[in-house]
Design a protein around this ligand. Structure first.
Ligand code: NAD
Length: 301
């Protein structure tokens, strides 16, 4: 069993750290919010990020965005970041969803300091974090991934090696861009059927086994009442928030700009989710609430 430093104990990081403890690892935690440091039963409370990164085998971070990750590991220009202080036998795993350029910059500095580092963003949301069923999409050296496996397996059930440093972030961004597009397309299509007198449940069953079948129709139908377990049937509460999808679409645009890749559908999806957030106050709702853009009347049902 390993001693793990864990930083970032929010909606995802808190339950992930708990699962490491349940698997028998010793976990030293830290967050900028003091109450969160006490919120992980069985964890050792770190007094600072540096404390959580000291005398450990593996260090895991789960932070909101690229600038948090850069600040933590590389410092702010006046003060060096954690990488400068970490023991070279520490394996570093960043699970945050961030821009690939930041992931690559941090990994390059880690290599310079003699440290092995992986980017390992996750898919599966808060339910996956709580249940230990996350999918990890990993970028970095194969050898570091082999070392990381027992740690990742305590928090997830699928581990994919996408390629070199930053590749985990690129694959995660690609997945979420397509998810946004297919959810918007599914909502638009269901609205067209309903406007023309079809029952959304019947239309969904037809499309599920026809050539338009997709993940949203199978497990996450955006039309209220079609699928009792989907967020659409409980007022779009919980699930994967519109604000987080907007963040990931922003990363897709940034990534596409860097390589001058054309992503017209990704750009359109980003605009649709922005309109949804602004016009329907939906930032804190599940992303399948994109259905409101096509059927605003559903808000009153
Ligand atoms: P969150 O905002 O709930 O938690 C982030 C935590 O990091 C906060 O508690 C914050 O205080 C802490 N933090 C920030 N900077 C810090 C620093 N320098 N030192 C110590 N602590 C610091 O976010 P979340 O929902 O847990 O998401 C974390 C990451 O996972 C994001 O990159 C997000 O895009 C990604 N993600 C989230 C979900 C989801 O459903 N919530 C799903 C997949 C991926």
């Amino acid at each position: 069993m390993a001693t793990v430093g864990f930083i970032g104990l929010g909606n995802m990081g808190g339950p992930m750290a708990s699962n490491l403890i349940s698997a028998g690892h010793t976990v030293k935690v830290f967050d900028l919010v003091p109450e969160l440091i006490q919120s992980v039963p069985g964890a050792l409370a770190g007094t600072s990020a540096l404390d959580a990164a000291t005398d450990i085998d593996v260090f895991v971070s789960m932070l909101p965005a690229g600038h948090h990750v850069r600040g933590l590991y590389l410092g702010d220009g006046s003060e060096p970041g954690l990488l400068a202080h970490m023991s070279t036998d520490t394996l570093v795993i960043d699970c945050s969803t961030i821009d690939p350029a930041s992931a690559q910059a941090v990994a390059a500095q880690a290599v310079e300091q003699g440290l092995a580092m992986l980017d390992a963003p996750v898919s599966g949301g808060t339910a996956g974090a709580q249940g230990g069923t996350l999918t990890f999409i990993v970028g970095g050296e194969e050898q570091a991934l082999q070392q990381a496996r027992p740690i990742l397996e305590a928090m997830g059930s699928n581990i994919f090696h996408a390629g070199a440093a930053g590749a985990g972030q690129i694959a995660k961004i690609c997945n979420n861009m397509l998810l946004a597009i297919l959810m918007a397309g599914t909502a638009e299509t269901l609205a067209l059927g309903v406007d023309n007198g079809l029952d959304p449940g019947v239309l969904s069953e037809i499309m599920k086994v026809s050539s338009a079948g997709n993940w949203a129709l199978n497990v996450y139908n955006p039309f209220p009442g079609v699928m009792p377990s989907a967020p659409a049937s409980s007022g779009y509460k919980g699930g994967f928030l519109v604000d987080l999808m907007r963040k990931d679409l922003g990363l897709a645009l940034q990534t596409a700009q860097a390589t001058q890749s054309a992503i017209p559908l990704g750009s359109l999806a980003q605009n649709l989710y922005q309109l949804l957030s602004e016009n329907h106050d939906a930032g804190g709702l599940d992303f399948s609430s994109i259905q409101y853009l096509y059927k605003p009347g559903l808000k009153n049902t």
